[in-house]
Design a protein around this ligand. Sequence first.
Ligand SMILES: Cc1cc2nc3c(=O)[nH]c(=O)nc-3n(C[C@H](O)[C@H](O)[C@H](O)COP(=O)(O)O)c2cc1C
Length: 187
Amino acid sequence: MNQILVLEGSPREGNTSTVTDWVLAGMGRGNKVTRVKLCELNIHPCQECFTCMKTKGGAGCAQEDDMVELYDKMVDADLVLWTSPIFCWSVTGQTKMVLDRCFALLTGEDLLKGSKWALVLTAGGDAFDGADLAVAMFSRLSRFGGIKYLGQHVVAPCPDGAKLKKNLGLRAQAMAFGKELAKTLRA
Ligand SMILES: Cc1cc2nc3c(=O)[nH]c(=O)nc-3n(C[C@H](O)[C@H](O)[C@H](O)COP(=O)(O)O)c2cc1C
């Protein structure tokens, strides 16, 4: 049974949650899925103290907030599925804050080396209104950290709310992405 950790970067139960539901449905049963709504956690931005670089054993971050538990979950997961809407040509602040804090796992002991990451994005604009930049950020950061980046599912432009929910074509595409992810995890 694969452990899937879903880091949900939207501040609402909206388009990205809907697409994420579909991707997870496409992955099928038999996975242990933990969905974490980042806006509900007490997480602070990286303070650039570099304690993590000087500390051996674990993440070594000086801040004792909800990232402590999230670090363990990320290291233990068979797949970390990041999900975010595009806000101002990037991921949401909630998502970026967690990404920055991952620096503590990427330095020193390379605790994310060999981890698998994938990405789900929704955007109001087209693929070049920021989703492209977010994809580049994740794939390059993954390369930097020795993380296996399994790819992304981008819905851009994404219909809003009920219109999205009724869109069977977008549902099928998201489920197909989930199915591919599951196949890659089994391989
Ligand atoms: C503050 C804010 C900034 C946004 N900036 C962008 C943007 O730069 N590019 C884009 O394509 N869409 C942008 N959007 C649209 C959202 O990405 C889009 O509506 C998304 O599907 C919302 O997802 P959610 O319902 O999961 O929060 C923005 C929306 C908000 C609220």
